[in-house]
Design a protein around this ligand. Sequence first.
Ligand code: PLP
Length: 447
Amino acid sequence: RSAPAADDPALVGTPPMGAFWMPFTANRKFKQSPQLIVGAEGMHYRLADGRLVLDAIAGLWCVNAGHRNPRVTAALKAQIDVLDYASNFQSGHPAAFELAARLADFAPGDLNHVFFTNSGSESVDTALKIAVAYHRARGDAGRYRLIGRERDYHGVSFGGISVSGIGRQRSTFGPLLNGVDHLPTTHDPVRNAFSRGEPVHGIEKADALEAMLVLHDPSTVAAVIVEPVAGSTGVLPPPQGYLRRLREICDRHGVLLIFDEVITGFGRLGANFAADLTGVLPDLITAAKGLSNGAVPMGAVLVRDGVHDAFMHGAAGSVELMHGYTYSGHPLACAAASATLDAYLEDGLIAQAAALSPYLEDGLHALRGLPGVIDVRNLGLLAGVELAPYAGGTMTRGQAVAQQCLARGVMVRAVGDTIALSPPFTISRAQIDEIVDTLRAAILNTV
Ligand code: PLP
């Protein structure tokens, strides 16, 4: 059925606000004038006041194949009639094995093994644990250190915030994991402002890894984790050659390389993964979001043959990795993910994302020169428009612009003073124009 109309009984009245402690939200402010989403279809959300708004962020960078994608909806309806839940601990159901095989085909190189989780945070924790346990499985138990990077976001678990590079998300949670260090961010607005695609300057930032390994003794380091494009801190594409150099340094020192592709995976950059786009093969990829089109929570860690195989020794009856989630490979999530893959592959949505990205790039770079626009960055259908911060006040310029956009019918996401854009791949050129025109008006109206 289509999204509910304004007079739908579901819209009458506002639910009680007190009990739900909302995640990553200014709860008291939100609850004063709640803006509720009550329906979705294709490129649009419907708000409780009946308005349709264009979703320029794909939910939370996850609904890549469009809202209520018919393939996904049909697959979920069919699955719930057959099998609601089955554990994958010492038992199993066909959809999880079938999906894993499809993901192994979809992923580059010999990333042929899949560990299912339910979120990006769980994928990150799983990948970090696999990395440390891998070295131990090979008799190299001295490798325990983990290296992250400033400005990278890796979810909210203790493992994830330990390697993440966002001070505000770490500082209130006490001591984190031992033995973690951070590379410098690659963000370099002085040299790279208004880059199109991967910026020219900054490959040498990867050399900090070499120095850091020497500092800590490389034989103590288990893994390096980076987001190929840092999303949540403002859309920061990697400098040309940077990821390849990280790979080379990791290889020289026997350190595993993990790409956190929770945002960049599943076509966001116009290729299956950032690993495909850049030609750099990590040892593990963490994924979630676009994996199941956001319809059912699901995450996955993709693992190369050599890493997986290191665990497959000892008594055949022993559990090789003491790790897993009740809902790892949940039947409904598998159905959603498999149908999402069909949409990406059979409906050509990833090719569509690639074809549309120059159009989005041109549209957004045309905003250069507007008052306070200090940078535009983009790769694939992922982009950020950075604004000069307000001198004072309680609201950031980013929030002011995002609010203006919503009032004008387009939902964007403010990450600090950067407006992040990651629309579903089903977007039309006319809708890209609508985003750009709305942003222009909002920027001019918030000077
Ligand atoms: N890693 C990256 C790169 C992300 O962008 C996110 C979420 O935005 C996560 C991990 C955490 O994912 P989740 O919120 O599903 O736990």
